[in-house]
Design a protein around this ligand. Structure first.
Ligand SMILES: Cc1ncc(COP(=O)(O)O)c(C=O)c1O
Length: 387
C-alpha cells in the first residue's frame, strides 16, 4: 500500500534527540525549545514564537489572547478542521462561516467582506477577528482580509497549519508587491507540527505574533498561568499546552532542511499535475499568480457527473494499493455544532460538493517517482472503469 504520508526523519533529528536523552533535558525546558521557537518565528518573519503541544491547543491559546466577550464573533471558513471552530466556541465566541473559493478551496474572501459588512451593520455588531485557514498548501488571498481588518479594527488569526513555507504576494496591485511567508501575515498565526506536516515534531504546534502582549498571554496560558512573582499564586486559569524539548529537537532538525522539504513537496505537486492534468473528470490543485504553494496534500475533486463520490473512489484506489484521505466535512454539517444551535439551515454549496467529491493522494516526503506513476495509473484505471 502506498501510504498517504510517511514522515522523513533525518540524522540531525536523531542526533538532537540523543542529546536531550543524554543530558536529561526531556521535558518542556531546554535549548531546543528556545531555538525552535526563535528560528521558526524568524523563518516566518514574526517576532515571537510560543511552542504548543499541538495545532489545536495553539489555536485555543491564540483565540484566548483576544479575551472574547459573550456574543463576540469570528469569521472563519466552514471547510476546515474542527480545531478552528472549537477554539472559538471553547473561548466563548461564535463562529460565523463562509464558503470556499471553488479554485483554491480556501475561504472565499468576497463572502468575508459581505459577512463582515452585514454583521457590523447590526446594532450589536461584534466581529472581533477573521480566521483565514490556508488549505492543503495554498495560501488564502490575504490582502482583502487585511484591508477589512484595518477598516473595522479586527484581528487576523492566521491558521497556517497546512502551509509551512508557502508564500503570499501582498500588495500585488501596488508599486511595491512583496512575498511574505504564510503565518507571517496576520496578527497571530498558528502552526501544527503533526507527523504529516511539512515540518513535524510528532505532535506539536506554535503560536507566532509580533505583539508582545499576545506573546506574553500565550506563554502564560501554555503554562497554567504561573506568575513570575509568586509561582503558585494564580489570578487566571490556564492550560498545560507545553511542547517538550525532545519534540522541539526533532523540529529544529527538520527546520534546518526546510528548503529541501519545500522543493520535494513542490516536485511532488508538479509531478502529479503533469500526469493528471488531461483528465477532465478531475479538478486539481491550482497555484494562483499571487501564491507559492507547498502542496501539503495533493487534493483532487471528482466531477459529480462521474456518478461516483470520494468514498467509493477511495475504496477502489485502496483495492489497487493506494491509500487516500477524504476532504474535510464543513463545520455547518457537523452534528455537534447543529446540536448547539449553530449554523441552522446554513448552506455552503462549494464546501458541500468538495467534501463529498474530494480526497487527497499520497503526498509524503518519502514518495518516489515510481510511486507517483503507480498512483496516477491507479487513478486512471478507476476512472476508466467507472466512466
Ligand atoms: C488547518 C488546520 N488547523 C489546525 C490543525 C490542528 O493541528 P493538530 O493536529 O496539531 O492539533 C490542523 C491539523 O491537521 C489543520 O489542518
Amino acid at each position: 500500500m502506498i501510504p498517504v504520508n510517511e514522515p522523513l526523519i533525518g540524522e540531525k533529528e536523531i542526533a538532537y534527540v540523543n542529546e536531550c536523552l543524554r543530558t536529561g533535558w526531556i521535558s518542556s525546558a531546554g535549548r531546543f525549545i528556545e531555538a525552535f521557537e526563535q528560528k521558526w518565528a524568524d523563518y516566518c518573519g514574526m517576532k515571537y514564537g510560543i511552542a504548543m503541544s499541538n495545532g489545536t491547543t495553539a489555536l485555543q491559546a491564540a483565540i484566548a489572547c483576544l479575551d472574547l466577550q459573550p456574543g463576540d464573533k469570528i469569521i472563519m471558513p466552514t471547510f476546515t478542521i474542527i480545531s478552528c471552530a472549537q477554539a472559538i466556541v471553547y473561548n466563548g465566541g461564535i463562529p460565523i462561516l463562509v464558503d470556499s473559493d471553488p479554485r483554491t478551496w480556501c475561504m472565499d474572501v468576497k463572502q468575508v467582506r459581505e459577512k463582515v459588512k452585514m454583521e457590523m451593520s447590526k446594532s450589536d455588531g461584534k466581529i472581533k477577528a477573521i480566521m483565514p485557514v490556508h488549505i492543503y498548501g495554498h495560501p488564502v488571498d490575504m490582502d482583502p482580509l487585511l484591508a477589512l481588518a484595518e477598516e473595522y479594527d479586527l484581528n487576523i488569526i492566521e491558521d497556517a497549519a497546512e502551509v509551512h513555507g508557502a508564500e503570499y504576494l501582498t500588495g500585488r496591485n501596488t508599486a511595491h508587491p512583496q512575498w511574505k511567508k504564510c503565518g507571517g501575515i496576520g496578527h497571530i498565526s498558528v502552526f501544527s507540527f503533526y507527523a504529516n506536516k511539512l515540518i513535524t515534531t510528532g505532535e506539536g504546534g506554535m503560536v507566532l505574533t509580533n505583539d508582545p502582549d499576545y506573546a506574553e498571554k500565550a506563554r502564560s496560558l501554555r503554562n497554567l498561568c504561573f506568575r513570575p512573582e509568586q509561582r503558585f499564586l494564580h489570578t487566571k486559569l490556564g492550560h498545560n499546552f507545553r511542547l517538550t524539548n525532545l519534540q522541539a529537537a526533532i523540529g529544529l532538525g527538520q527546520l534546518e532542511r526546510m528548503d529541501e522539504i519545500i522543493a520535494k513537496k513542490r516536485w511532488i505537486g508538479k509531478a502529479y499535475t503533469e500526469r493528471l492534468q488531461s483528465i477532465s473528470a478531475l479538478q486539481l490543485p491550482v497555484e494562483e499568480t499571487w501564491a507559492r504553494q507547498v502542496y501539503w496534500m495533493y487534493g483532487i475533486v471528482l466531477d459529480q457527473r462521474t456518478g461516483f463520490d470520494a468514498v467509493r473512489f477511495a475504496q477502489k484506489l485502496k483495492e489497487l494499493g493506494v491509500d487516500t484521505r477524504p476532504f474535510f466535512l464543513g463545520m455547518h454539517e457537523q452534528p455537534v455544532f447543529r446540536d448547539m444551535g449553530l449554523f441552522q439551515n446554513e448552506k455552503y454549496p462549494v464546501s458541500e460538493r468538495i467534501a463529498r467529491q474530494g480526497l487527497y493522494l499520497p503526498s509524503g516526503l518519502t514518495l518516489t517517482e515510481t510511486q507517483i506513476d503507480e498512483v496516477c495509473e491507479s487513478v486512471k484505471a478507476v476512472l476508466d472503469e467507472i466512466q
